[in-house]
Design a protein around this ligand. Structure first.
Ligand code: GUN
Length: 280
């Protein structure tokens, strides 16, 4: 068997064009502000992609660029200003932040109604409770990708590899909300390969290039690769050894062109969701 390759770019394009249609009917222009502290090269690329995609969907996006040397207090005051700005519906503080700024303090300062990343403790709690409002964009994008590919989560054995706050944990919560039977595997899991082989849906989000090998994948499994790792030769690789897994999997996402575009489409959807909720 050769796996079906799930084209995240095409699915995300369709989502964005449907969203642009919805935005055109709104009596206001949704506003998104991305806050970028410092000059991390990868972050600058993400931020540029987000800005472009927002404009295409009829969302007014701007980026606030701040120096690495700014204090936590200064960043808090910037966020307070955005919380108070009625034209701003979504606030995204790009991670990672410089080491002297505490992520938890910053995330908790964002108005939960404008928290398009879904990282604020209130939104994390809503998701954990099974009543998500603004859920994190990458795991939401994975759920949308599964749905678009007609992969049914309900009743399926799902294994999430990785337990980060941005992907692994919210991914498990969303799969559970969709009635999957969910295992979270991580660096301390005994016999990772055997755990992964039990998965009908395997989501890899560990940030280690090509860690998931061909013999970790059950025949016919759906393999979702959230990783984006830069190899020594400059090329991009996911957390999954794509070529090895292709003959085993039933469906698999490529890197790039799989989950990445879905994340951005979901960010735009969250912005519109926040805008409608706030302005009603
Ligand atoms: N850095 C890497 N992924 C993300 C994300 O989803 N949101 C934010 N704010 N920063 C990130």
């Amino acid at each position: 068997m050769t796996a079906r390759i799930l084209d995240g770019r095409a699915i995300a394009m369709a989502m964005r064009s449907a969203l642009a249609g919805r935005v055109a009917t709104l009596p206001f222009v949704p506003g998104l502000v991305v806050v970028l502290v410092g000059d991390d090269a990868a972050s600058a690329v993400y931020v540029r992609n987000k800005d472009r995609a927002a404009a295409g969907a009829g969302i007014f996006a701007r980026t606030v660029r701040l120096p690495t040397a700014m204090s936590e207090a200064e960043l808090l005051s910037c966020i307070a200003g955005l919380n108070d700005d009625a034209a701003v519906d979504g606030i995204l503080v790009q991670l990672p932040l410089p080491a002297h700024i505490r992520v938890g303090v910053i995330v908790a300062a964002i108005d939960p109604a404008k928290d398009v990343d879904g990282f604020h403790p209130l939104n994390v709690g809503r998701l954990a409770e099974g009543t998500p409002f603004l859920a994190p964009c990458t795991p939401t994008g994975v759920m949308r990708l599964l749905a678009a590919a007609n992969v049914v989560a309900a009743g399926a054995r799902a294994v999430v590899l990785g337990r980060s706050a941005i992907v692994g944990r919210p991914m498990a919560a969303l799969l559970l909300a969709a009635d999957a039977t969910v295992t979270i595997a991580h660096s301390r899991t005994r016999n990772l390969a055997a755990e992964c082989r039990r998965a009908e849906i395997l989501v890899a989000a560990v940030g280690r290039a090509q860690m998931v090998r061909g013999d970790w994948v059950a025949d016919g499994a759906t393999v979702i690769d959230v990783g984006i790792n830069r190899l020594a030769d400059g090329t991009l690789a996911g957390d999954v050894a794509f070529g090895e897994c292709l003959p085993h999997a039933g469906a698999i996402t490529p890197v790039p062109g799989g989950v990445g575009p879905m994340t951005i489409a979901c960010l735009l959807e969250n912005t519109v969701t926040a805008a409608i909720a706030r302005r009603n």
